[in-house]
Design a binder for this molecule. Sequence first.
Ligand code: PGA
Length: 251
Amino acid sequence: MRKKIIAGNWKMNKTVAEAVALVEGLKIDLADCMDVEVVVCPPFTALKTVSDKLENTQIKLGSQNMSSEDDGAYTGEISHTMLKELFVKYVILGHSERREYYKETDFWVNKKVKKALEKNLRPIVCVGEKLEDREAGNTEKVVEEQVRGSLADITAAQFENVVVAYEPVWAIGTGKTATSEQAQEVHKFIRSIIADMVGQKAADGLRIQYGGSMKAANAKELLSQPDIDGGLIGGAALDARSFIDIVKAGM
Ligand code: PGA
């Protein structure tokens, strides 16, 4: 049985004061939530404050990125040590916005994934095709290349600490959601690639989240698919009520 995992990716939103208001709102309903694993990923500037607010709750903390290096002259970067000091547990890696705007390649995503696992942080590794890929019939080809590239050299044992997020780029922030059939098909395909890479047992244990305009209204149907084990939520994670309703859809 895979425990569902719902993560809020706040992206470049929320000042510290706004982050406090949101996390206080989430705690009312989710502080003791055990049925679903709940993760929030604020911007770096709010991590410390949110971390303090989450003390003694079941809600886990994630970051939206992490450097592949340990420390040193990397202006603007944040290291695993800095994140772990704030009790961060999850790191989103290879989000399509990082791939698109900051030219992160599978090679770099893979370096970060390896570093995260080596340092006991759990990567949420994002993959997903663009609209032109889907229209050209290349969805599986593109997703397979990202999965094999971003997760190269990860062992079956390490996969226990990995989460994959399937996020079709055309569905992110657009209001267009993949249908539950479209999403299920790709999730099943991703699991089959992982089985080929590290074996069926590790593949069966892997949690694969869906991301892309997931909201309370469509969450239940998506989350009831056999290979959809959670959600990575952008826009709908910025409001406490709507995020709570998505988590409840996963119970
Ligand atoms: P969205 O973003 O829910 O706003 O589509 C999802 C994501 O980018 O993780």
